[in-house]
Design a protein. Structure first.
Length: 212
């Protein structure tokens, strides 16, 4: 089962307030708390949304880093959320606020975590082949080139998936289509197909003159 993009929750709450509750202000105080220093801290709706988004981002990063075949799809869902949020912030006046900018920035952090995830996966693939080749002749004499092929392919596939997931909604909006049409199955299928192309392209370049 594909995971739910958690960062969609505070963004959806913001959208509901903007469209259905226009009289509600994000800067109005919700509660006042007295700190140990004696200072009075006024908690606003904006503070609550940003705090919720930070906590959900932490959960999203943990969820995206878990082992399993569907981690990339879950991450792409988060990137689609980022693309939609960025489009709203840039194109709609009601979303051009500091609060929504910070919510969009948190979604961008999730995008950057995908870049780090790609580097980690590439390193794991490289180390795995390197260690395995020390105990088994499975990869032959060109094991180092194979390790580089797998590592580079993993990094490039994750980067490509991140770019597609985040930029596709913006591109669709630009040409006049509904960004919601960039659904998770469509993006996942596109990344799977192009991922094979990326892998064979990297293999043809790295292994040319040796194994190919």
């Amino acid at each position: 089962m594909v995971g739910f993009p958690l960062l969609l929750i505070p963004l959806a709450i913001y959208n509901i307030i903007v469209f259905l509750m226009p009289d509600v202000s994000f800067t109005d105080p919700l509660v006042k708390l007295t700190l140990m220093s004696g200072a009075e801290w006024t908690v606003t709706l904006s503070d609550v949304l940003l705090t919720l988004a930070i906590l959900l981002l932490l959960a999203e990063v943990i969820k995206g880093a878990r082992p399993g075949a569907k981690y990339l799809t879950d991450h792409l869902l988060s990137l689609i959320v980022f693309g939609a949020a960025a489009a709203e912030f840039v194109l709609w006046p009601k979303f051009g606020t500091s609060t929504y900018f910070l919510l969009t920035a948190l979604a961008l952090v999730d995008f950057l975590s995908g870049l780090a995830l790609g580097a980690i996966l590439g390193a794991v693939g490289f180390v795995r082949i390197t260690v395995w080749s020390a105990f088994s002749p499975m990869y032959g004499e060109h094991w180092l080139l194979i390790a580089w092929t797998v590592a580079l392919s993993l990094v490039m596939v994750v980067l490509w998936g991140s770019l597609i997931g985040s930029l596709l909604p913006l591109l669709l909006r630009r040409v006049g289509f509904d960004p919601a049409t960039s659904s998770a199955p469509f993006v996942a299928t596109l990344v799977d197909v192009t991922g094979l192309v990326i892998y064979f392209t990297v293999a043809s370049v790295v292994l040319r003159g040796t194994m190919l």
